[in-house]
Design a protein around this ligand. Sequence first.
Ligand SMILES: [Fe+2]
Ligand SMILES: [Fe+2]
Length: 190
Amino acid sequence: MNAMTSSNLKSAFGGESMAHMRYLVWGEFAKKEGFPNVGNLFIATAYAEQVHAHNHFRELKDQVGDADVTAGAGFGLTTTSENLQGAINGEKHEVEQMYPAFMAVAELQGEKGSLRSFKYAIEAEKTHITLFSAAKAAVDSGVDYDQDTVHVCNVCGHTLAGDLTDSCPVCKVGVNMFKTFVTEAVCAEA
Ligand SMILES: [Fe+2]
Ligand SMILES: [Fe+2]
């Protein structure tokens, strides 16, 4: 594998791994703040980032050994609105800066598998911007996100809220290849 694509895959693996963990933390925080559907959205999206990290790692299967990984990471745990903004900022960076550059290099270097892995990720990150933006609009008006069901494609990480009726628009697998996340019912406090 060409060194620059290898390095880009490792960086993307680092970024997706950290996004996965960050969304789990922000998801638990959202639930505690009284936004269970936002919590569910974060946890489902964390799974999508796990799918991307997994795809990138698989592409690196022949790159045995240690490597230093440099990847952008967002921090902060203040309010769910700010956490959602942090998530949107991170996704936008990936969609507008990181993945287009990584894809251009992979294409130039003829790295087809890596190109597909980056392509799957960038398409899913676009859906994440849309979902997080809708959730932030709700939270900023004082209510929970109105969707309690989120589906994530196990192959490419494509993410959608509401009803799942069609095969994946990105990687074309059937609805049986999606993992579904539903907001857990919360017992009312006595
Ligand atoms: Fe994402
Ligand atoms: Fe897919």
